[in-house]
Design a binder for this molecule. Structure first.
Ligand SMILES: [Zn+2]
Length: 330
């Protein structure tokens, strides 16, 4: 049924439909859509309790990593990773994926059982579908430009293609029929979900290429370089300077700059593929050094400067290691 519905919706995307015809299709989908909206899973409250692992922050609906990586607590795709983070924090042994898989894929059309990895799920075949739900034309073009860049540096191993923002595609997103990234442009910061998700989304607030490339990196499944468990061997974070520059609260600073513990981190790796061995000061996934009163928020432990006279200039362009790594992943 999933395949047939997807094929049908693909045809609708291609077809030239009158408003009347579109309304008729939407009318038929409406009751099913309502059913799904009423039966959406509820996020579990306070999953970590007092055992919040380093590098994580919990809100009512999400678990946030490093300020802009979102794990939606309702998303069945996050069940294994969240369960094991909690168990890890409580000193319990991890559960097997098989158990969780069966428990969580019981509803509706959701029947895709492929692509289950240890933690982050990657887009099968590197094919990422997306749908704009908000951005204007120039914002869309900026996002498409960054997508073309990721495609180019990955030697086309990743590929982005668009769904129209039609009701049947919103339906596909909601029910997990065809997983794709909903792209919005709300004014509440730039953030993204991590890897392939049932409800994958990316919000862009700042439409500069560096920000979009970074958020797309999360969409593709990439974590922050500066939150690597071994980052203390390479950088020193001056949280006071970072706080003065950004005017953030203690918890926001903590969430943005804290490293992730080695045990937690392994839930974010794909099978045996580790983060690139070499520490990458210039990764698009690294926060850059900011300066306040002559003090940098991040400095290199070896005292070197990367370029432009700043200690760490990550987060601006795709580095050589970023390009290598994306080809290893996909
Ligand atoms: Zn980020």
């Amino acid at each position: 049924l999933s395949e047939q519905l997807n094929a049908y919706f693909d045809e609708l995307d291609e077809a030239v439909l009158s408003e009347e015809e579109e309304n008729q299709i939407v009318k038929e989908l409406e009751p099913v859509m309502e059913y799904f909206e009423e039966n959406m899973p509820k996020p579990i409250e306070n999953v970590f309790g007092n055992n919040v692992p380093s590098g994580f922050m919990e809100t009512a609906e999400t678990i946030n990593i490093g300020g802009d990586i979102i794990l939606d607590k309702r998303d069945p795709e996050n069940a294994v990773i969240i369960s094991n983070l909690v168990r890890e924090a409580k000193g319990l042994p991890p559960i097997e994926e098989e158990e969780v898989k069966v428990q969580n894929i019981t509803r509706g059309f959701y029947s895709d059982r492929s692509g289950w990895f240890q933690g982050v799920k990657f887009w099968p075949g590197g094919k990422v579908k997306y749908r704009f739900d908000g951005p204007n034309n120039s914002q869309k073009n900026a996002i498409k430009q960054a997508m073309r860049e990721w495609e180019r540096v990955s030697d086309r191993k990743v590929h982005f293609s668009e769904y129209k923002n039609k009701r049947w595609n919103k339906f596909r997103w909601k029910v997990g029929l065809s997983q794709h990234v909903k792209i919005t442009s709300k004014n509440d910061g730039s953030y993204a979900t991590l890897g392939r998700k049932r409800w994958a989304y990316m919000n862009i607030d700042d439409f500069s290429q560096d920000t979009i490339l970074h958020e797309l990196g999360h969409v593709l499944g990439l974590m922050h370089e500066h939150q690597r468990p071994d980052r203390d061997d390479y950088i020193l974070v001056n949280t006071e300077a970072a706080q003065n520059i950004n005017g953030w609260s203690d918890s926001k600073i903590k969430n943005n700059y804290e490293k992730i513990g080695e045990k937690s981190y392994r839930w974010f790796l794909k099978n045996d593929i580790k983060a690139t061995e070499q520490y990458d000061y210039q990764s698009i996934m690294h926060y850059p050094s900011q300066m306040f009163n002559g003090e940098y928020s991040i400095v290199r432990k070896d005292g070197k400067v990367s370029f432009y006279g700043r200690p760490v200039v990550g987060g601006y362009i795709l580095s050589d290691l970023d390009k290598e790594f994306i080809k290893t992943l996909y």
